[in-house]
Design a binder for this molecule. Structure first.
Ligand code: ATP
Ligand code: MG
Length: 586
């Protein structure tokens, strides 16, 4: 009930409705026309009945009766037709509006920075983009129009009733106020039980899911008895909740029936009294009774609309919050990056994912154009973090990162990310064709170029083996590809976008010698005419570095020319060469 009493921010709803329904103005006008015609027909029909009854009583001829009956049937049929057409248009309007909203929310999520994505699980984001917006479908398609037309219908009936005399009008108005109040009052008792029931069922399914997934562990540890006992006790808890919820629902239903029966009784009492006085005809008596019957539907609908609004309320708040979340990373003024290889400067950069932790500590180095930097360090030392900063997934806490002297914060993000290629540790292959996976849906890259790149990377044979060539579908997560092939595909992606700086975050898993050789070959091709930072886990990759940088807990502990460091017996790098990389690093 608390939620019912909460103030509904009408202004916000109006804003949302306006912006998403505006493009569909035509459909909405049609919808309104249909609904208003429907209202008029519903209002007319009882008048025909009155005419029918009164005429039957006073006239001998049956012709006017036949006309009235035919008219009644025609009006009823047309009304049904209008209802169907209105439902069709309404549903379309709702789907078009929610799809647009869904698109906007999804696009917004894609643009939000990494700190947003790291703090929201994909499940939560899906729930926003799909669950919440589904809740809004009815709000868009029905809410305004249906609420308005039902209100109009009730108002129209009241006007017609007042025409028959103030006593009739007043008593029916009184009844409507009473009905709405009574139904709301009884809801107070029913609604919490539904909430409890929903909470219980999600608890039960949560329990079930967890134990079905962990069934191997459960059995191995002999916990089956315990699990079954929990299962039964959950079921025991569930039953009384269900009974209560059902009783709540039944009491609401009975109350509604009772309230409308009272309405009928009131209508009967008033009209019987007036008829006895001789101030209304028998036809009018029936007509008023008919209106009081008809009243039930719009009142019920207004009530369910208000309930839907409350459901939509939470979703609207959540969706709006999401749309208002701003990326901490904003596009810069748009200083263009020069073409060709890019020099990299880290100017005393510090950064931490959390305020109280420092992941990178005063990183300071310069890498000349076209040079290769080998980045080494234990796991968790901050190598991937350093790479992410170059692509501005995060901005430094202090200091600055420059590419060819241009602060990365001054470029636009699309420009920056087209000039810096990043081959990540975990290669994402998404569901789509080989072509889509290579070009990221950029269709201005022609097939000849793609094939040339694949052949250049030693994937020629693999390409020949594809049953449908570039149109061969790939499964998500790289199913059907070897780890090495996935890595080569990610190289091909970078090749096609032709960046001036490449960051290669090597997968730490080992590859077979043949694949490794292919990779070596591919990397050599990749590096020509580019600056490169390789986060290497294999000595073979490091051999091609001009400079070496070793990180430890976010600090630079060694930096220098590779050949010089290799010759220096006191250097970490030299040690690594002596005893093997793993031994020194891990
Ligand atoms: P590896 O060799 O295992 O790939 P790495 O050197 O690439 O390690 P990073 O991924 O840069 O290490 O991580 C550096 C530190 O930052 C680690 O302590 C890690 O726990 C932390 N970290 C990494 N990513 C995040 C994140 N998204 N949010 C919070 N902390 C993170
Ligand atoms: Mg890493």
């Amino acid at each position: 009930m608390r939620e019912l009493n909460r103030k509904i921010p009408l202004k916000e709803y109006a804003g949302l409705l306006r912006s998403y329904l505006k493009p569909q103005r035509k459909s909405i006008i049609w919808l309104s026309v249909l609904l208003i015609s429907g209202i008029i027909m519903q209002l007319i029909n009882p008048q025909i009945i009155r005419y029918f009854i009164d005429t039957a009583k006073t006239q001998e001829s049956t012709t006017p009766l036949v006309y009235a009956a035919v008219l009644f049937i025609v009006v009823s049929l047309v009304h049904q037709g209008l209802t169907v057409a209105a439902a069709y248009i309404g549903e379309n309007v709702g789907w078009i509006a929610t799809n647009k909203l869904r698109g906007d929310v999804a696009e917004h999520c894609m643009k939000l920075d990494m700190s947003f994505h790291k703090s929201h699980t994909s499940g939560a984001i899906i729930e926003r983009v799909d669950g919440d917006i589904n809740n809004l479908a009815n709000f868009f398609s029905n809410f305004a129009v249906s609420l308005l037309s039902n209100l109009l219908l009730v108002a129209g009936m009241l006007v017609l009733l007042f025409r028959e005399g103030w006593a009739v009008g007043l008593s029916m108005t009184g009844f409507i106020v009473f009905a709405i109040y009574a139904i709301q009052y009884i809801r107070r008792f029913a609604v919490p039980h539904w909430g409890n029931l929903r909470a219980m069922s999600s608890r039960f399914y949560g329990f079930l899911g967890e134990h079905l997934e962990g069934t191997e562990d459960t059995r191995a540890n002999g916990a089956t008895g315990f699990v079954m006992q929990r299962f039964h006790s959950l079921l025991r808890e569930w039953l009384p909740l269900r009974v209560k919820a059902f009783l709540g629902w039944a009491s609401m239903w009975i109350t509604t029936l009772l309230v409308f029966a009272i309405g009928n009784a009131v209508a009967f009492a008033v009209t019987a009294y007036l008829w006895k006085l001789g101030s209304i005809s028998l036809g009018t008596v029936y007509m008023i009774f008919y209106y009081s019957e008809l009243m039930a539907k719009p009142i019920e609908q207004i009530r369910t609309q208000m309930e839907d609004l409350q459901k939509a309320d939470a979703s609207i708040v959540r969706v709006r919050e999401l749309l208002q979340t701003q990326s901490a990373i904003r596009d810069g003024v748009g200083v263009p990056l020069p073409s060709g290889p890019l020099a990299v400067t880290f100017d005393d950069v510090s950064f931490g994912y959390d305020d109280d932790l420092t992941t990178l500590n005063h990183i300071h180095f310069h890498l000349q154009r076209g040079k290769v930097l080998g980045l080494l360090g234990r796991t968790g030392s901050g190598k991937t973090t350093l790479a992410r900063m170059l692509l501005r997934f995060y901005d430094p806490r202090s200091g600055a990162i420059r590419l060819d002297g241009i602060d990365v914060r001054d470029t636009t993000l699309p420009e920056l990310r087209s000039r810096v290629g990043f081959v990540t540790q975990n290669i994402e292959i998404f569901q789509g064709t080989v072509r889509d996976n290579l070009t990221f849906f950029q269709d201005d890259i022609d097939d000849q170029r793609i094939i040339a790149v694949l052949e250049g990377l030693g994937l020629g044979q693999w390409y020949q083996s594809l049953p449908k060539g570039l149109d061969t579908p790939l499964e998500s997560n790289g199913g059907g590809l070897s780890a090495g092939e996935a890595q080569l595909i990610s190289f091909a992606r970078v090749f096609l976008s032709d960046p001036g700086l490449i960051i290669l975050d090597e997968a730490s898993s080992r590859l077979d010698p043949a694949t490794e050789q292919k990779l070596e070959h591919a990397i050599s091709r990749l590096l020509v005419g580019r600056t490169c930072i390789v986060i290497a886990h294999r000595l073979a990759t490091i051999q091609r570095a001009d400079e070496i940088l070793i990180l430890e807990e976010g600090r630079i502990i060694e930096l220098g020319d590779r050949v010089r460091l290799a010759a220096d017996t006191r250097s970490r790098y030299n040690q690594m060469l002596q005893v093997g990389m793993e031994e020194v690093l891990v």
